[in-house]
Write a protein that binds this ligand. Structure first.
Ligand code: NAG
Length: 140
């Protein structure tokens, strides 16, 4: 074998080894956690865009509700949550892959609901993202 061909083979092997393989195994797992700072009982019901139903929970003050899931390239997931307490009700997106993959610290998307609205815990701290207004939830 000529040394040129030998070097070509080595180069091809190196290219195969460093080429990224993108599949569901190489993508991370995320956790969404919803906490309540409300003194009233908070009802939470979350579902994904592909039909996963996380179920309904009733959170008391300082209660938490969390779940883990993987995301795939073909099917980035969205989780939407319906909230209600007292006479207030509304929905927010607890996870949107394109919005959250980078900003959720350590792949944990941590949310907190209080009387003002729904906050997310990001690098800069708690950020209000949805606001309660006249008993409905709106994007801030
Ligand atoms: C929720 O309550 C905890 C404990 O008092 C506090 O540390 C946190 O900042 C509160 N977060 C929000 C978004 O109200």
């Amino acid at each position: 074998m000529s040394s040129t061909i030998f070097h070509l083979i080595i180069l091809l092997m190196a290219m195969v080894m460093v080429s990224p393989t993108v599949n569901s195994e190489t993508l991370p797992t995320y956790t969404v956690d919803i906490g309540s700072n409300l003194t009233d009982a908070l009802t939470v019901h979350c579902q994904s865009n592909i039909g996963d139903d996380i179920g309904t929970r009733v959170l008391q003050y300082a209660g938490h509700y969390s779940w883990k899931f993987g995301v795939t390239v073909d099917q980035p997931r969205i989780f939407s949550c319906y909230l209600s307490f007292g006479n207030s009700r509304g929905a927010f997106d607890a996870f949107i892959y394109g919005r959250d993959f980078d900003r959720c610290k350590n792949n944990l998307c941590q949310w907190c609901v209080n009387r003002r609205g729904v906050y997310i815990n990001i690098m800069e701290g708690w950020k209000i993202e949805y606001v309660w207004k006249y008993g409905a939830l709106n994007e801030d």
